[in-house]
Design a protein around this ligand. Structure first.
Ligand SMILES: NC(=O)c1ccc[n+]([C@@H]2O[C@H](COP(=O)([O-])OP(=O)(O)OC[C@H]3O[C@@H](n4cnc5c(N)ncnc54)[C@H](OP(=O)(O)O)[C@@H]3O)[C@@H](O)[C@H]2O)c1
Length: 350
């Protein structure tokens, strides 16, 4: 039995987390929301049983501490998993660049400070309020939902200038997550920032009037940057992938990050030690530019192809492999097989 607290749980991804986690009757699922009456009504309409909606204002520490007291009573004094999902993408700057505010600098300043208040400070306040419960929990994981829009390489490569306050505040929260990780790793608590991908939530279904061309540009740039991108994920696909990453990540396996010191744990995890050591010794650095070289020919569209789902892949979970393949093979047909192997299955498949 595990307890989960999801912030911003009244709609879109936040509500989807709640709905998904509540399917296991053993879970205690708590949604932190700004309007409890509305969230309770929605949960009731969906027939959700083991869900508690608790009200708080995310930017108000006293309100969050009061909510933590309520959560403490619900769970009996601990919390296993905290998911910081609540965030704002300001409609003022969503489709503008920083230069578009040259004549309205005060508007930009207010917008940026509001984004930082909700997307950074509120997350820090939430962690502060719930940390005593997390330290007593069994799960000991704090997830913050971030975004690819805060990825510096993506910004430089795609030249997406929109939504700077949102991207800046999410980049700042990524650093806060790393700082919490540095602080609490020794106490066994893992902090992770995870991007949910581009999701078909309310904000992405249909462009706000007057911004249709900008949304089209955005989608085209995503597709150029990541050629496997075909369509936005559904909320269920997105949160399934996020939860899968959260469940797999652990402090012991290096926070889910491959580093030069641990490829054996990620790539050759089902090989014999001798085979694994040999494979690691043969690894060579390769140019970072390979991540950004445009793909000039998508062979799978013409050549009959197969994908081996690797059940022991420690880098890409099965759910994420399936999502990648399903969105790629769409309309082209691709044979798939399951193998009980790690990622370089040519090394490990028996
Ligand atoms: N949708 C995407 O494609 C996408 C892509 C990348 C990253 N993300 C990230 O994924 C998370 C969820 O995205 P979403 O599309 O589901 O978000 P959303 O519905 O726009 O907002 C999520 C929650 O944030 C809270 N919130 C919104 N505006 C607020 C404000 N002005 N002040 C305080 N709280 C506010 C609300 O909480 P209440 O429920 O309490 O009202 C809301 O339910 C966010 O962190 C977002 O940045 C989303």
């Amino acid at each position: 039995m595990s307890s989960y607290l999801i912030t911003g749980a009244s709609r879109n991804l936040g509500f989807q987390f709640v709905r998904h986690l509540a399917q296991d009757p053993e879970n205690t699922v708590i949604g932190l929301v700004r309007n409890k009456a509305a969230a309770d009504a929605k949960a009731k309409a969906e027939g959700l049983q083991n869900v508690h909606m608790v009200e708080a204002q995310y930017t108000d520490l006293a309100s969050l501490k009061a909510a933590a007291e309520i959560v403490k009573d619900i769970t009996g004094g601990s919390l296993d998993y905290l998911v910081n999902n609540a965030a704002i993408i300001s409609s003022i700057s969503e489709f503008k660049g920083l230069g578009d505010f040259d004549d309205d600098f005060e508007i930009l300043e207010k917008d940026l400070l509001e984004s930082l208040d909700i997307n950074l400070m509120a997350v820090i306040k939430t962690i502060h309020a719930f940390m005593p419960l997390i330290l007593k929990g069994k799960g000991k994981k704090v997830i913050t939902i971030s975004t690819g829009m805060a990825d510096i390489d993506l910004i430089n490569e795609t030249e997406i200038e929109f939504a700077a306050p949102y991207a800046i505040s999410k980049a700042a929260v990524n650093v806060a997550v790393a700082k919490y990780n540095a602080l609490y790793k020794k106490e066994g608590v893992l902090f992770l920032a995870i991007s949910p991908g581009y999701v078909a939530t309310e904000r992405n279904i249909g462009a706000p009037p007057g911004n249709e061309d900008k949304v089209a540009v955005l989608v085209q740039k995503f597709a150029e940057y990541a050629p496997h991108f075909q369509r936005p994920l559904t909320p269920e696909e997105s949160i399934t992938a996020v939860l899968s990453v959260m469940n797999k990540a652990s402090i012991e396996n290096g926070d889910g990050e491959v580093s030069p010191s641990n490829p054996d744990k990620f790539f050759y995890n089902d090989c014999s030690p001798t085979k694994g050591e040999g494979a690691v010794a043969a690894l060579r650095p390769h140019s970072y530019q390979s991540f950004h070289s445009p793909c000039t020919y998508a062979a799978w569209k013409q050549v009959p192809s197969a994908y081996l789902y690797c059940l022991q892949d420690a880098t890409i979970t099965l759910e994420v492999q399936k999502m990648m393949v399903e969105s790629t093979k769409n309309g082209y047909g691709m044979q798939t097989e399951m193998v009980g192997a790690s990622q370089p299955n040519y090394q490990s498949a028996k």
